[in-house]
Design a protein around this ligand. Sequence first.
Ligand code: AMP
Ligand code: GLY
Length: 419
Amino acid sequence: MNLLVIGSGGREHAVIKKLLENKDVTKIYALPGNGGIARDAECVNVSATDIPGIVKFATENQIDYAVVTPDDPLVLGCVDALNEAGIPCFGPAKNAAIIEGSKVFSKNLMKKYGIPTAGYEVFDDAEKALKYLETAPIPTVVKADGLALGKGALVCMTREEALDAVRTIMVDKKFGASGDEIVVEEFLTGPEVSVLSFTDGKVVKPMVSSMDHKRAGDGDTGLNTGGMGTIAPNPYYTEEVAAECMEKIFLPTIDAMNKEGRTFKGCLYFGLMLTPDGPKVIEYNCRFGDPETQVVLPLLKSDLLTIMQACTNGTLSETEVEFSQGSACCVVMASKGYPVSYEKGYEITISDEVAKNVYVAGAALKDGKLVTSGGRVLGVTATADNLAEAIEKAYKLTEKIHFGNQYMRSDIGQRALKA
Ligand code: AMP
Ligand code: GLY
């Protein structure tokens, strides 16, 4: 089989490596991929948001199945366009991807169907939002409606910050048209859990839970990033919590999307907060998380391609989705200065022995050498019988990877160990 994977991050690299375990897979093309992914797939210089270019490539290259991984092509309707060209895909159609593409949509959906989430108000007018925030409860969270590279949620600890957040999003348009509308949310507290799930629109099969580390610095300090590391499973996500989430959140969400005529097929990501009042949805993503995927898929024992095709074909109920009992830890190695500004272009050396544990995010090939080209350069994942061992193994592996201007957190997984 010829496969196509859209995207260029560490998450896509993890998906590609897992798909290659299926013996029927003869070739994987990555659009656009990156210099590190090029070890495992043929990278083709077509942007992940160039929908006509993706469809043209797929039809000209006898693609049997496509996996659309990032949020923007999904929200733009990449799956619909490929399906129209006769190519089956993993991922939601445009009318279902809106569950991530619009926070206003997802909050209204949860309210309508009684799915637990933070209380909220919606504004399409900056003056009204500013007036509301003069007396609203603080802390609060101000969120741009649309996609914003994961940076559109501003947690505001003071009234001044909240007023500034409205100006940043609605007046200065920091996230462009994504900020035409905003959601102002009740501030929730509690441990956060990421649960990725497979769904064919009929049943939902959750993957092993995970924990992201979003802040740049040790001890969860510094700026928010795309994610500096992950561990799985998440110790806060006990069997009781999982059962409650299935009953009150996962199944009701699949059901709600069906009732709205927006059947969701693919990977539905539940960003949860375990509050004193029970689990609540912080956000939905219409796709695999990054870097959650880099710890979840290494623990998957079942065949990924078979599961993905079952999601497409509506046969997930009879398809095995099994995870190993062990733990995984992914440490992201970044360029120092990320997420603000950083030097790149440094050569990366990775021994062949370590490469199988490495998921490359920001690297390019230059004169045949792999060089850094992004803020997050790569993730290193180790699995083990327990979390402490997985953490130790992952950090040991980082010692065997070298590049200039390197930075990583030294405490990935420590909070989970103490849980
Ligand atoms: P989001 O982009 O919606 O996932 O939000 C990014 C981060 O902001 C989350 O991972 C939380 O840490 C935080 N956050 C979002 N919404 C809330 C909320 N209602 N209460 C407290 N923290 C929140
Ligand atoms: N790790 C969070 C996300 O993928 O949005």
